[in-house]
Ligand binder design. Structure first.
Ligand code: SF4
Length: 374
């Protein structure tokens, strides 16, 4: 199969061009054609030497992902489903806001982490995406929307789609570099966010190789509950995770880490847990808390926390001086909201069976009321 030029960051493309006997500046031209202009036909890359175009035609291609479907939400959110072969499909979501356009990108077909509240997690895991498959989501979305709009539309990328990006590190980093490169998308490091369920060693590597904004799926303030919700926690635990976050901030483009906290009715949303969360992070990790209304799906056996409980939880954090936001739900009429991305996954791990066999422990309503009064 021909080499897919979407797999390369600029360094990789320069090495590929050299292997064809071409100079580095040719790689810059080619990279710009592909990423800035969205061109995949070498014949249309008019300032490339004919000899290079001929070499490329024989050895390479710009292979995007076939789109299976496009759904548009009433709020402007767009969800695309892409075929990645072998019966697998991944999703990307474009979220327009007043001052920016965000693309939520997938890194794996499925996910092996198996978080309880995540519909991707319930589907199990098939395989890592290649760098080309990761960047192809941005390449497609940017040029599709730009064609309609004329202007650049995506200035914010969050690696929060299907998959744990740090479990696909080798493919992630070249894709991030292309997002950041001024000859490609030129996104600010502050506006590219890697969201992880908390792989400590890989957070340290990302800090050295390509520090971008960091979001961590926390979801609980103690190891017992977090290990139940995010099974990966059993490996490193919260203390080691928070220490890695502090180290990361040495090189991060932002001076805080975002902690994501999915609000689950009767599970992790009590006032007592909010106070525990304050004690855990305050004075230790510069952070913002992002409370996410859970988007229920039947297999989870979980429910969304009532609005007033979310507000009470937020107030405890805010009163303690922690910047706290409650995420607006976007695109839930097309199942594009956080935790709803499901795509198609040929599971090779039995994660789904494991999750079904051991349901999450739910705190009885009465005990929540008593804690609220305390
Ligand atoms: S929340 Fe992220 S890490 Fe957890 S199962 Fe879903 S995709 Fe995987």
């Amino acid at each position: 199969m021909a080499v897919n030029l979407l797999d390369f960051d600029l360094e990789g493309l320069a090495a590929f061009c050299e292997s064809l006997g071409e100079k580095r500046f040719r790689a810059v031209q080619l990279y710009r054609w592909i990423h800035q202009r969205g061109e995949s036909d070498f014949e249309k890359m008019s300032d490339l030497a004919k000899s290079l175009r001929a070499k490329l035609a024989g050895a390479a291609e710009v292979r995007g992902l076939p789109m299976i479907s496009e759904h548009r939400s009433a709020d402007g959110t767009i969800k695309w489903l892409f075929d990645v072969g072998g019966g697998n499909a991944v999703e990307s979501v474009y979220i327009p806001e007043e001052d920016r356009g965000t693309l939520c990108v997938s890194s794996q077909a499925g996910c092996a982490v198996g978080c309880r509240f995540c519909s991707t997690g319930h589907q199990g895991f098939s395989r890592n995406l290649t760098s080309g498959e990761i960047i192809a989501q941005l390449w497609f979305a940017e040029h599709r929307l730009r064609a309609a709009d004329g202007e650049r539309v995506i200035d914010n990328v969050v690696m929060m789609g299907m998959g744990e990006p740090l479990q696909n590190y080798a493919a992630l980093v070249p894709a991030l570099k292309t997002m950041l490169d001024d000859h490609a998308y030129g996104l600010s490091r502050r506006r590219v966010t890697v969201s992880t369920s908390g792989m400590v060693a890989m957070i340290d590597r990302l800090r050295e190789d390509c520090p971008v904004a960091l979001a961590v799926s926390l979801h609980a303030p103690n190891d017992e509950l977090r290990s139940e919700l995010v099974p990966l926690n059993r490996k490193d635990g919260i203390d080691a995770l928070l220490d890695a976050c502090v180290r990361y901030l040495d090189k991060a483009p932002r001076d805080f880490v975002t902690f994501e906290y999915c609000m689950l009715d009767g599970v992790n949303d009590t006032p007592e847990l909010a106070h525990q969360l304050v004690r855990l992070v305050k004075g230790r990790v510069p952070c913002k808390l992002n409370l996410i209304p859970f988007n229920p799906f039947p297999a989870s056996g979980l429910k969304r926390s009532p609005r007033e409980r979310v507000m009470a939880f937020a107030r405890i954090l805010q009163d303690a001086g922690i910047v706290t936001t409650i995420r607006k739900t976007r695109g839930d009429d097309i199942d594009a909201a956080c935790g709803q991305l499901a795509g198609e996954v040929q599971d090779r791990t039995r994660v789904h069976e494991r999750l079904v066999r051991a349901p999450v422990r739910v705190v009885p309503r009465d005990s929540i009321r008593q804690e609220s009064k305390a």
